[in-house]
Design a protein around this ligand. Structure first.
Ligand code: ADP
Ligand code: MG
Length: 241
């Protein structure tokens, strides 16, 4: 099984006047097709880590940060950040990654269909049956011509997943995607998403502060550990299996 992400001693600091937060990932290997949950309390760095995996946020230090893309290439992401190759990073992101945010992040003035089509448009992919088939599996095919504002919160998250998957990325990142939903709706949506990505052999990395919710799903979990460093001025957060 090939390794999609390989991270060694990756550090990201968020300092505000000598006090702050440090995220440390000592050693993380994620294999193709794995399903992973980042678990930890609010403020422990889940979004920070997901943003780095999404190639949106650069690490401050990294002994290694590599990503294998669809074409089988292993990309030295840390090197690309250091050389400020932002276009190359966003190209890798657009081709390989789908990202679902907690609030969905749908564009309110575009219809559901237009929202879902957006990543395909940006990549100039030809129209095919992707939108219809993904919408059907996610149970939103009757909402395609509506504006997002007319949908329930659960339907909007289903649309957010459809949009993140419409260009067939190999990696799906989801930041507390069901945190704003009731537990039954949350579980239903994650069950459908898990089924969908299994069929498409997509690697899923999702975050949650809700342990009970995650343990009911079949996911490899990465846990957060805390430790104060440097006279208690920095809160260090570490993620490991
Ligand atoms: N843009 C930023 N600037 C400074 N500090 C930030 C920024 N974003 C997040 N932080 C801080 O980094 C820490 C981790 O935040 P975050 O990754 O959002 O945690 P989580 O997603 O687990 O709730 C928090 O202490 C937060 O206040
Ligand atoms: Mg967060």
């Amino acid at each position: 099984m090939s390794i999609i992400y390989s991270l060694k001693n990756v550090v990201k600091e968020r300092m505000v006047e000598n006090a702050g937060f440090r995220l440390l990932v000592p050693n993380l290997e994620i294999h193709k097709g794995e399903n992973i949950a980042l678990i930890g309390h609010s403020g422990c760095g889940k979004s920070t880590l997901l943003d780095m995996l999404a190639l949106i946020l650069h690490p401050d230090q990294a002994k290694q940060f590599s990503l294998e893309t669809n074409d089988g290439e292993t990309n030295n992401i840390d090197h690309l950040w250091q050389k400020k190759k932002r276009d190359q990073l966003s190209e890798i992101r657009r081709l390989n990654i789908g990202y679902v945010l907690q609030s969905g992040g749908l564009l309110p003035y575009l219809t559901v269909r237009e929202n879902i089509e957006l990543p395909r448009r940006l990549l100039k992919l030809a129209d095919d049956d992707s939108i219809n088939s993904i919408s059907k599996v996610l149970g939103i095919q009757r909402q395609l011509d509506k504006l997002p504002g007319l949908l329930s919160a659960g339907e909007r998250q289903r649309v957010a997943f459809a949009r993140a998957l419409s260009h067939r990325p190999s990696i799906l990142l989801a930041d507390e995607p069901t945190a704003a939903l009731d537990p039954i709706t949350a579980r239903k949506i994650m069950a459908v998403v898990m089924e969908l990505i299994k069929g498409l052999k997509i690697t899923l990395i999702t975050s949650s502060h809700d342990w009970a919710h995650v343990y009911k799903m079949d996911l490899r979990t990465l846990h957060q550990e805390a430790g104060a460093v440097e006279n208690g001025r920095v809160y260090q957060s570490l993620f490991r299996d």
